[in-house]
Write a protein that binds this ligand. Structure first.
Ligand SMILES: C[S@@+](CC[C@H](N)C(=O)[O-])C[C@H]1O[C@@H](n2cnc3c(N)ncnc32)[C@H](O)[C@@H]1O
Length: 276
């Protein structure tokens, strides 16, 4: 279907207008794969027919948005990164911050947080690192996702057992309560550290951050969009702050020169403590 050039451009414009989703951030290959599969599923002929359906069928517009924003995630995805966070990164961050202020506040942003498994895994890792010796003022974690449904789920904090395959048993018991036979819920006393926003991370600004996680979220973005985003992440971090990417992702553009590599294997970068 990729040969239907004229209607492809019309369809992209329509996706932007109707779904409030900017297709120019994504590669055509990615978009076409997703849309072609919807066209096949609906038994339509081409992009022209699909563009018409998008106007008349609200349900299809929602389904397409769901397909374009894949939400796959689970607790402690890539476990070794969370171990590193708990044992190395958080202690180092606190040491650095305590040299500057007596009672530091740690501010973390999970950009592309899906239904909240990533920010909660980070929260648990930080609490374990500091042996739960904290007060509410000490820590603030924001999760953002452009899909309102995932944010709704995140705010509810109710998770099926399948989401915990990489979670250590004692952490599950410590931080979650049994909700019913198939689900666990984050205990109320931990929810106060988390806030969630429905936002497009390419436009959102969150300042004075100590850690930014943006993992498995921008893989389908155009190179230009990624490059600008990484540069903005650099600006949003405090000196000595950390940027954590997905295991298969590569840092591009000017940010590559500005960040220091903190741990190559875990894809962790650091903004220099002293900026030249
Ligand atoms: C595959 S999930 C990754 C979740 C988590 N970071 C992880 O690694 O497990 C990617 C999420 O990014 C969100 N996303 C994609 N593009 C986005 C954008 N421009 N702004 C905000 N969220 C976005 C999707 O809605 C999806 O929930």
């Amino acid at each position: 279907m990729a040969d239907n050039k004229e209607y492809w451009e019309i369809l992209k414009q329509r996706i932007w207008d109707i779904l409030d989703f900017d297709p120019s951030d994504y590669s055509d290959r990615f978009l076409q794969r997703r849309i072609d599969s919807r066209i096949r599923y609906l038994g339509l002929k081409d992009y022209k027919e699909y563009a018409e359906i998008l106007i008349t069928e609200r349900k299809e517009a929602k389904e397409l948005l769901r397909n374009l924003t894949i939400h796959v995630t689970h607790f402690f995805r890539d476990m070794s990164m969370y171990d590193f966070l708990e044992k190395n990164l958080v202690p180092e961050l606190i040491r650095t911050k305590k040299k500057m202020v007596k009672n530091p506040i740690i501010r973390i942003w999970s950009a592309g947080c899906s239904s909240g498994e990533e920010p909660i895994s980070v929260l648990i890792s930080v609490l374990e690192a500091i042996k739960n010796d904290i007060d509410e003022q000490f820590l603030s974690i924001t999760g953002s996702d452009r899909d309102p449904n995932t944010i709704k789920k995140a705010k509810r904090s109710l998770y099926s057992t399948f989401q915990f395959t990489e979670t250590k048993e004692y952490l599950l018991e410590k931080y979650f309560k049994v909700y019913d036979e198939e689900n666990f819920m984050l205990k109320a006393e931990y929810q106060k550290f988390l806030t969630y926003d429905t936002e497009d991370i390419t436009k959102q600004i969150v300042n004075n951050l100590d850690i930014i996680l943006c993992r498995n979220t921008v893989i389908y973005f155009e190179a230009e969009t990624k490059l600008k985003l990484y540069d903005r992440f650099y600006d949003m971090l405090n000196p000595g702050g950390f940027f954590i990417m997905g295991k298969t992702e590569v840092l591009l553009g000017p940010a590559r020169e500005k960040f220091e590599v903190y741990d190559h294997k875990e894809r962790i970068f650091r903004k220099p403590v002293t900026i030249k």
